[in-house]
Design a protein around this ligand. Sequence first.
Ligand SMILES: [Zn+2]
Length: 346
Amino acid sequence: MKVYITGTTEINKSLIQEVCDELNAPKGLMSFGALDVISQKELSKIDKSFNNINMIDSLFFTDLFKICDDYRHENNIKDDEFVILLTSIRNNANWFSATKNRNVFIDINDWDKFTGKNPKYGISYQVVENIFQSLIGIDYTNAPSHPNVHIENDGCINDFCQNKLKVVIKLRTADICLSCQKKAAELSVDKNIMNNIQEITENIRKNVRKLNTYNNVRLEKVTINKNGKIKIGNKKIEINELPSTLFIFFLNQEKPTSKTSLKKYFRKIYEIYGKVNGRGNKDTIENLINPNGKAFRQNKWRVNHAIGNSISESLLGYYIIDEVEGEKYFISLSKEYKEIDENMTL
Ligand SMILES: [Zn+2]
């Protein structure tokens, strides 16, 4: 069974590849193929309202499935094959993901926060979860009332997880409860697909657990030079000016800072940006710190993702900009591991 994974235009191709690698690791009946992301031009063709996708803060489920359908059509993907759309654009119900027929979208934001791990694990899990749901007749319209969607968490792949932080429970149990297994048998879901789903979730579980051992943690210093270049140990973190600015700002903060209080720091953030960028643009920074805008989340994700690609996953939690309590953000690394050139202090 073929599963094609793509993304909206802002998604990094390397993330799609990492997710496919994770899913293809146990050899089974499903094969996961990484496709190119959908360009802005293609999106505009699908619907005029997608003309500037980077400025859209949230989409309706119907919009997201429209993108999947169009992509399926353009690429001659068969009706019984899956199209998975990864996106950083929120959906209006703020769900992790949803399924309609053989189309699936997945919100890629904050998986590092929900799982404390490289986002690829949570995203990969969502892929198989939605495939399983599709195979047993669950879609976004019937999910809230479907007898096999568990509103009370019980560690099954079909837990609803209204409290998003609880999603990590099912990653760690890698379980399909008896009633959901029965449902699959009733609907004659191929046993080999069921085995493949179990092997993939089991593999994710092992990887997530393996990384839970905090023995041998050896932290390295983060250094920021006078031009705002970031290094962890000897590794350069290659990111653009805007995510760099956000990182440098948070690295300077000694306690959690809420998104809504960022406007108090406008001048300071603007100054850092000016030094990193050499020019500096007030609108860009206003956009970045707008608590209702999308730029904060996107740039936070960019820097966290770049760090995730550079250091071992067991250390990730120390270096990323993390949501530590409701809407408050912080880098939890202690002072002795920070070396910030005085040009880059606040
Ligand atoms: Zn279940």
